[in-house]
Design a protein around this ligand. Structure first.
Ligand code: HXC
Length: 255
C-alpha cells in the first residue's frame, strides 16, 4: 500500500480512524473525511502518533453531492491520485420501527445508502476516466441479511449497501477492473456503534455475552482486515462480504 491513496469517510473516529491509522502505518497516504473539523484534526494527530506520512482532512457531509464532488477534487489536487475508497461514514440510533419518524428514516438512509452511492459514483467516475483499477470497501452489518430489530433504518440501508457492493463488483469489475467488497463488523469497542447501541453497562454486558468469544472486537482488528481486503493480496476478492463478529451472528441456540 506504499504511497497509495485511500479515502476513509467518517474517518475522525471509531473504525474509520483505526482503519486510516493502519493504512498510514502501511505507508499509504490517507484522506479522512467528516463533518467536524476539530475531530478530524484530533484524529489526524492521533494517526500520526503511530505512523509517518501525509494525512489529509476534508470537512464534508456524505449526504451532500456537492460536498462529495468537492472531496474528490480536493483529494486529487492534494495527493494527485485516489486508489481506494472506504465508505465508512454511518448514522444510527436505536428506535422501535413503529416510532421512527419520516425524518429519522430519511436521515439514516441518506447517510448510509445515499452517501455510499454518492461517494462510490464520484470516485468511480474519476477511476473510469483515468483508467485506474480502484478498490471500494463498504462497511455493512450482519443485519443487512439477518434482522435488525430496533434499527430498521440502518438494516434497510445496509442491505442496500450490500446490494450496491455486489452490483458494482460485477458491473465495474467486468468493465473497469474496479473491485468492491464489504466488511460486516459485529460489536466493536471504541466505535460510534459502541457509544450508541450498547451504551449502558448492562447493554454492554449483554452484548459481550451474545458473542461466543465473549468479548467485543477491537477496532484495530477491523483495520487489519480492511488492509488485507484493499491490498493486492486480495486482488481476486470481489463482491465479497466478510463478517468479523466473534461468531455473534451464528449464536442462535443456547448451549
Ligand atoms: C429517535 C432520533 C434519534 C433517536 C435522531 N432521531 N436520534 N429518533 N431516537 N435516538 C431523529 C430526529 O428526531 C430527527 O427526526 C432525525 O432523526 C434527524 O435527527 P438529527 O439529529 O437532526 O440528525 P443529524 O444531526 O443529521 O444526525 C444524524 C444522526 C446522528 C444519525 C441522528 O446520530 C449522527 O450524526 N450520527 C453519526 C454517528 C453514528 O450514528 N454512528 C453510529 C454508527 S453505528 P425528527 O422527525 O425529529 O425531525 C452503525 C452500525 C453498527 O452504523 C453495527 C453494529 C453491529
Amino acid at each position: 500500500m506504499k504511497n497509495e491513496v485511500v479515502i476513509v469517510t467518517g474517518g475522525s473516529n471509531g473504525m474509520g480512524k483505526y482503519m486510516a491509522k493502519k493504512f498510514a502505518q502501511e505507508g499509504a497516504r490517507v484522506a479522512i473525511t467528516g463533518r467536524n473539523e476539530d475531530k478530524l484534526k484530533e484524529a489526524k494527530k492521533e494517526i500520526l502518533k503511530d505512523a509517518t506520512g501525509d494525512v489529509h482532512t476534508v470537512v464534508m457531509d456524505v449526504r451532500h453531492l456537492e460536498d462529495v464532488e468537492r472531496m474528490v477534487q480536493d483529494v486529487t489536487e492534494h495527493f494527485g491520485q485516489i486508489d481506494h475508497l472506504v465508505n465508512n461514514a454511518a448514522g444510527n440510533f436505536i428506535t422501535p420501527a413503529e416510532k421512527l419518524s419520516p425524518n429519522g428514516w430519511n436521515t439514516v438512509i441518506d447517510i448510509v445508502l445515499n452517501g455510499t452511492y454518492y461517494c462510490s459514483q464520484a470516485v468511480g467516475n474519476y477511476w473510469i476516466e483515468k483508467g485506474i483499477k480502484g478498490t471500494i470497501l463498504n462497511m455493512v452489518a450482519t443485519y443487512a441479511w439477518d434482522a435488525g430489530p430496533g434499527v430498521i433504518h440502518s438494516a434497510s440501508a445496509k442491505a442496500g449497501v450490500l446490494a450496491m457492493t455486489r452490483t458494482l463488483a460485477v458491473e465495474w469489475g467486468r468493465r473497469y477492473g474496479i473491485r468492491a467488497n464489504a466488511i460486516a463488523p459485529g460489536p466493536i469497542d471504541r466505535t460510534g456503534g459502541a457509544d450508541k447501541l450498547w451504551e449502558s453497562e448492562e447493554a454492554a454486558k449483554r452484548t459481550i455475552k451474545s458473542v461466543p468469544l465473549e468479548r467485543l472486537g477491537e477496532p484495530e482488528e477491523i483495520g487489519e482486515l480492511a488492509f488485507f481486503m484493499l491490498s493486492d493480496k486480495a486482488k481476486y476478492m470481489n463482491g465479497e462480504v466478510i463478517t468479523l463478529d466473534g461468531g455473534q451472528s451464528l449464536n442462535q441456540y443456547p448451549f
